[in-house]
Design a protein around this ligand. Sequence first.
Ligand code: GTP
Ligand code: MG
Length: 362
Amino acid sequence: MRLGIIGLPQSGKTSLFNALTGGEAPVTAGGHGQETHVAVVKVPDVRLDRLTEMFTPKKTTPAEVHYLDFPSVGFGAKDRAEVAWVGQLRTVDALVVVVRAFEDESVPSDGPVDPVASLEKVHLDLVVADLAVVERRRTRLESDLKKTRTADRGPIEAEIALFEGFQNALEAGTPLRAVDLSEDQLRDIRGFQFLTLKPTLVVVNLGEAQLGDSAAHESRVREAHAYPKTLVASLSAKLEMELAQLDEADATTFMVDLGVTELAAGKIIRQSYDLTGLISFLTSGEDEVRAWPISRGDKAPAAAGAIHSDLEKGFIRAEVVAYDDLMAAGSMAEARKRGHLRQEGRNYVVLDGDILNILFSR
Ligand SMILES: Nc1nc2c(ncn2[C@@H]2O[C@H](COP(=O)(O)OP(=O)(O)OP(=O)(O)O)[C@@H](O)[C@H]2O)c(=O)[nH]1
Ligand SMILES: [Mg+2]
């Protein structure tokens, strides 16, 4: 799962990247960051912590997400640079859009600082990029239509109608993730990698003095950008980046001084994971306690396949216990005694937090 961090120049993208990843990519005061930074982050999950206490395994393996911090060259860059940049952006699974709310005269801003206006600007760029793809496709389909016998025109006409709908939506400033599409349609258009179709997390970058008003800042942005598959979060990227770079003891002291009880970064990582439609099933034992990402709606054999293709091929059944039932029972043996350990077959839809033991034949 890869998430691309974008936003206007100097909005705090690299600071957020560092806050989320504990990284030390150089922030660029006044300049334009040129490189794409990439890092892998473990998704915090209290269930793994509790299972680790219960099973004392040799190792614990959380789910992971990848973050890519995109340079600001972006839209409007000269010819080839923009094409390459957008091309790279199209490959991510979800977008994180950083909008600046912090006031700081030493950090340049193109006009007054306004998170909603910044979001609109970025959004418009994404819309325009998708519109170009839609228009190209429509032109192509219309020329195909002329070359096709009337009897065979059905599928092409259907696609033209679909793309006409996309064009209307985009021209009205509506992202494609707000257009009603069937599973089949979504599958058919996957190859176009539309930017406005991607789940989007908007992160409002607050100054330290604004942290007390975070809810108000978030709701302004949420109201202005009320679309499906869209979440809004906030933090002070600079502060969290500095905290992420301290060791734990120093960070704790610093947080106590600031009156901060919890870092926002962990929550934002969690939100980005949930946003992409992933859920985790868990496996536990003496060797390893682990979270496995699967898509919501996946069935037991697909979950087995996430572990190893052999488990999917030879799938017999899954022993399943819900995390909450296991915790209430206190041990696997007790959960079994209470009848909470269920036997499930190939049609079982795996739920978030299910603890699975796959039985398979070699
Ligand atoms: N006061 C304040 N400054 C911040 C905050 N977040 C980022 N900055 C500063 O803003 C400047 C730009 O931060 P970056 O994280 O490099 O922003 P960016 O969006 O990656 O910048 P480019 O890649 O150059 O577009 C740096 O000087 C940061 O220290 C914040 O929450 N408060
Ligand atoms: Mg940067």
